[in-house]
Design a protein around this ligand. Structure first.
Ligand code: ZN
Length: 280
């Protein structure tokens, strides 16, 4: 790729050189020297600033196999297509309610479309601690109070539990809550496809934008790609550093670990919301 750019640069210089040579009788030496200096300066600027950017984007596309930067309808199309062809789907977000609302893509995947095969959905959400900076930031980005943000979680847990218990549905949904501060930067979905391939869709949190409205990039699994790396991170987080809040056993719905952040106000809120939404 570097050779390709060198070729273009030498082509431009060659073209301008021959143009100036042809004009030689009509232009004076000082002017051609100035033009030459200007061209050298522009070439140096290109090599210093533009070339590294172009090179890194090309690396992203060709070497890292990163595609996309999709939002809205086209992203929905990509997600629906990946979902259809996957037996296991992993979702790591903060709260997730906006993904599963009526009219949103995962609502369509889970509650509208029928695939006639069992799909395992593993969801990793942030533990609902009222003192968590990440929860505060995400509640702000969504323009709602933190308490409402936590209540949405329980609404979602109830919907998931009912869906998993319904034998006419495709999905069995398992939800755990991560507490690690390190893991809050990325939100992503991993699709384990029927042909054993994996596909990652990911994006970075933006303080001003709802996660569900963010644009996403796609990376294929294999060759130790970012997809493999985040898949490993997800499994590690899910297995070793996250907690169930409502039991994931299909027929059970006990409240668990409500005191795990150690704040009495969080425990009280979690207990009250659990009682309200699970009719306890
Ligand atoms: Zn707390």
């Amino acid at each position: 790729m570097k050779d390709y750019f060198k070729y273009i640069i030498s082509l431009i210089i060659g073209f301008l050189g021959s143009y100036l040579a042809n004009q030689a009788p009509e232009i004076n030496l000082a002017l051609s020297f100035l033009i030459f200096c200007g061209i050298v300066f522009l070439v140096l600027l290109f090599i210093q600033y533009v070339y590294p950017i172009i090179k890194s984007y090309l690396h992203m596309v060709f070497l890292s196999k990163i595609r996309g930067l999709w939002g809205d309808k086209y992203l929905d199309k990509v997600i629906l297509n990946q979902y259809k062809n996957s037996s296991e789907i992993k979702i790591k977000v903060t709260r997730g309610i906006n993904l599963f609302k009526k009219g949103k893509v995962f609502h369509q995947c889970l509650f509208v479309e029928k695939f006639n095969e069992e799909k395992t959905i593993k969801v990793l959400l942030h533990f609902p601690c009222l003192r968590s900076i990440h929860i505060s930031e995400r509640a702000n980005a969504n323009g709602i109070p933190k308490e409402e943000y936590v209540e949405d979680l329980f609404k979602l847990l109830k919907i998931f539990k009912e869906h998993s218990r319904d034998t006419s549905q495709d999905e069995k949904i398992f939800v755990k809550f991560y507490t690690s501060k390190k893991e809050k930067e990325w939100r992503y979905y991993i699709f384990h496809k029927h042909d054993n391939d994996k596909v990652l869709l990911f994006n970075h949190y933006n303080k001003k934008i709802q996660g569900s409205k963010s644009k996403m990039l796609k990376v294929k699994g294999g060759n130790s790609s970012l997809c493999d790396d985040l898949n490993f991170t997800f499994d590690n987080l899910y297995d070793n550093s996250s907690l169930e809040l409502v039991s994931n056993l299909i027929e059970q719905d006990e409240l668990m670990h409500s005191e795990s952040c150690g704040h009495s106000e969080c425990k009280t809120l979690i207990n009250n919301l659990y009682k309200k939404h699970f009719n306890k």
